[in-house]
Design a protein around this ligand. Sequence first.
Ligand SMILES: N[C@@H](CCC(=O)N[C@@H](CS)C(=O)NCC(=O)O)C(=O)O
Length: 212
Amino acid sequence: MYTLYYSPGTASMAVHLALIEIAAPHRLERVDFDSQAQRSDAYLRLNPLGQVPTLVIDGRPYTESAALLMMLADRHPEARLAPPPRTAERNSWYQWQLYLSNVLGAGFRHWFYPADLGSKEHPPTVRAALQARIEGAFAQLDARLAANGPYILGERLSTADLQLIMYMRWSRNMPRTALDWPALNRFAALLRGRDSWQQLCDIENLSEWRGP
Ligand SMILES: N[C@@H](CCC(=O)N[C@@H](CS)C(=O)NCC(=O)O)C(=O)O
């Protein structure tokens, strides 16, 4: 039994989606951002950064959405959400999980949390630079999917796709949304057409960007 500390629509989404895809028994603990519960002493003991997600596995808390996805994929090989070890596909999986986290994950973190960069609101030049970085990553991923889709690793769904669809959703109110890129748009139709995505939206009570 896993315990996922989550907040609806945030970086915990991809991990929640993986738990649903895997059909792994889990308990959800909502971290109430409105009351700043992520900064409570009890939560900081689990996750000293005061962020979600935190996933408790065998009694120990772990953090970082990409790492949690990779742990889950490895712990449940029957779900086939990662290619077998020591294959070329596995190498690509490592590469894209890290790319997503380092570029899109970090880019969105800065986009949504100007305080991380020391201001209440981003100066226009910083906002433009972050937007360009996020759009640049979407262009890269669109090219990858156009050449080698329909999923990031080709024919088979992996945890990298679960992470990507989460970041795509976060772009929904940006000047240019991820759905503007044609291969990403087709990818969104595939991912949002899955029962797991619809279940996730139901459980987290998300009405925006549910898709078809
Ligand atoms: N690199 C982390 C980022 C986690 C993160 O930034 N979580 C945000 C929600 S999307 C959060 O907990 N924000 C609350 C806060 O910083 O106060 C991951 O991917 O797990």
